[in-house]
Design a protein. Structure first.
Ligand SMILES: *[C@@H]1O[C@H](CO)[C@@H](O)[C@H](O)[C@H]1NC(C)=O
Length: 170
């Protein structure tokens, strides 16, 4: 009985490995198949090596799936964004139509807020210090303002490889 289970497990393991290796590169690939095509160094993800958007008030560095394919596995699906917000400046209010954001405050002091849903939406506001994190639920308008005398830095991680960004006026 034990050996039958072991054999079944082995057959399954071999099948899964073969499936991973033999899936052609069109359309859907297994998570293991995607990983098997990546180098160890593909899992070192540094947003400052991705797309950079510079404005007078803030600088955004984006690690997305186009530059970091390890973010695109079906079991990963993430985007990582590093944002420097200048002292006293806001980061443009916006929402993400396809993803929830976990913002991690690294430097400076932030006032963060999001509008919950409903006919008279609640404004959920917090002051964040380095080491604090917050979440902006998918689809909800939010704002991040650097209220310290020093520049602010945060790192956000999304639960989607393609969260999207839609600016809003508050
Ligand atoms: C929430 O209220 C604060 C204080 O009035 C305001 O500055 C901020 O823009 C509001 N946030 C949103 C997302 O509307």
């Amino acid at each position: 009985m034990k050996s039958i289970i072991a054999l079944t497990a082995l057959t399954l393991a071999v099948f899964v490995n073969q499936a991973a290796a033999s899936i052609p590169s069109f359309g859907l690939q297994s998570a293991a198949g995607i990983r098997s095509g990546l180098q160890d160094s593909d899992f070192r993800i540094n947003p400052s090596k991705g797309q950079i958007i510079n404005t007078p008030g803030f600088t955004v560095q984006i690690a997305n799936v186009a530059d970091f394919p390890a973010l695109g596995g079906q079991d990963v699906q993430s985007q990582i964004v590093r944002v420097l917000v200048r002292a006293g400046q806001p980061f443009i209010p916006h929402y993400h139509p396809r993803g929830t954001e976990t913002l991690n405050a690294l430097a400076g002091v932030f006032r963060v807020s999001f509008l919950s849903e409903g006919l008279s939406p609640r404004n959920v506001t917090n002051i964040l210090h380095p080491g604090d994190s917050t979440v902006f639920p998918q689809g909800l308008p939010h704002e991040t303002v650097c209220i310290s005398k020093m520049d602010c830095l945060f790192l956000s991680v999304f639960n989607s490889a393609d969260p999207g960004l839609v600016p809003v006026t508050l």
